[in-house]
Write a protein that binds this ligand. Sequence first.
Ligand code: ATP
Length: 401
Amino acid sequence: MLNKKSVDDINVKGKKVLVRCDFNVPLKDGKITDENRLVAALPTIKKLIADGGKVILCSHLGKPKGEPKPEMSLAPVAARLSELLGQEVKFAADNNVVGENAKAAVAAMKDGDVVLLENTRYRVEETKNGEAFSKELASLCDVFVNDAFGTAHRAHCSNVGVTEFVDTCAVGYLMQKEIDFLGNAVNNPKRPFVAILGGAKVADKLNVISNLLEKCDTLIIGGGMAYTFLKAKGLEVGTSLVDDTKIDYCKEMMDKAEKLGKKLLLPIDTTIAKAFPDPIDAQIEVSVVKSDAIPADMMGLDIGTETAALYADAVKSAKTVVWNGPMGVFENPILAKGTIAVAKSLAETDATTIIGGGDSAAAVNQLGFGDKMTHISTGGGASLEFLEGKDLPGVVAAQDN
Ligand code: ATP
């Protein structure tokens, strides 16, 4: 079990607390177009203010690649955070991030004050985890708190390097939640544990398939990746998306499932069309056929109705469900039925339901099922690495409780 020191386990009264947040928000003409990440960061920030800490926030935004780029400044974030918190968040404009301005702003802080540093990726050392910048960041604070899950799979100065030079390093509430659900629930699940994988390509999720097969009781495969499995079983898959270089891998996974006594569910029927919709949401004529009856000139673009019922049934008896990747080309309403059916089955179960970030998280939210899930991960790449069973540098760097 991962048991990290959290903001509930430390005393920050009168101390300078550097908090690594994920303020990587979309900006258009200097305006924040989606403030979910700011709202999500508030509980940790409010807790540290209430406890009398001097709260120094930092984050990256976009990819300025080691150069100050005004359009990627965190200044708009400071302005909006001030409104959301109902108190001033002083922006330490500083092209060096930890330069004279930042140092002066921190020196002037009183207990409960909040300062936001400039985009950490203005510094070229940030993504190289360079020691000098890590030390500069550490020199600003007494305590470090990491609440940025989206970058936890990377070792950068502001989430990993800095921890070498600070005595107390904890995680914030957001990180804690990701660790609880993606780390602990997957490694120590209430059973039956059903994992559902979809998305475009098998190749993108080789390690996820292999790791989850070991952990779960039932592995469900849908989306574009299912056709490589079907072909590996010797079926005709027409013009469906197939990765011929991964056929042997799929065979290996099917053997592994059998050896481990795990259920591996593949589509028993599939929704087919003549071609991939162009544009993606175009009207399209489809039919549903058994998986062993896909005509040579047709393409599978969603799971079929019987498969949707089969998968929903498997979810019904589960106690833990992890889902990553859509069941079909969900961007097209005609091909979204399989993804909707699975989302609905997750929404209706009492099981712990965990959505593994990225497109899947966006799909669940778009389809209106967001508030019915136990946990929707905020990190695409980081959540996949967790599901692969890897240690995340940003998580490892926080001290154990
Ligand atoms: P993330 O890891 O960010 O959550 P994801 O796993 O949800 O991503 P991807 O692996 O990027 O998703 O794949 C999603 C894409 O797969 C969607 O754009 C969808 O249209 C496409 N897709 C799903 N089923 C098929 C199919 N049968 N044929 C072709 N493309 C498909």
